[in-house]
Design a protein. Structure first.
Length: 163
């Protein structure tokens, strides 16, 4: 049962923090004011989760060794020559409310605490788990209250109040 809870908490965390949407801004000639926007060649199907994880893991591995060896990073892949029309791609984190709630109630830190202590003192265990859940819920806000997500969603949209 404990292994099942560890797997569920780990998979939920993985899906929560890797769930993104890609938007292609075809009519926007200038780079929008977002750290998640970049120019790419004509849009294709988004890469699979396994491909993105493998690419990100390789990038982190290379950055780690470049840092240790003092090697300056190479040019970014977005700045290389391209062979087709270029559009802006905006990647926006879009977590689900259910995933966020499950993360607040039973995150990997809860798994660690559960395996660290035994369930013999369940009153103290319940109090500690409730306080950790409260802290996680205050640290991980809902997606509607995050200014970065709101800013990324409103990029390229005309303002309602524009004159």
């Amino acid at each position: 049962m404990t292994c099942l809870l560890i797997i569920i908490a780990s998979l939920n965390t993985l899906f929560l923090f890797t769930h993104t949407k890609l938007y292609h801004l075809h009519l926007q000639p200038d780079l929008v004011a977002s750290p998640h926007a970049r120019f790419v060649s004509a849009p294709t199907d988004p890469p699979a989760l396994a491909s993105r994880l493998r690419t990100n893991a390789w990038s982190v591995f290379l950055a780690f060794w470049r840092f240790l060896l003092g090697i300056t990073p190479s040019s970014s892949p977005g700045s290389s020559a391209y062979g087709g029309p270029r559009v802006q791609e905006l990647e926006v984190w879009t977590p689900g409310e259910g995933e966020l709630m499950l993360f607040c109630i039973y995150s990997p830190i809860h798994v660690f605490l559960w395996t660290l202590w035994n369930a013999g003192n369940w009153i103290m265990m319940a109090a500690v788990m409730a306080s950790v859940s409260f802290q996680v819920c205050t640290i991980v806000p809902s997606p509607l209250s995050q200014s970065c997500v709101l800013n990324d969603s409103n990029v390229g949209c005309p303002s309602r109040y524009a004159s």
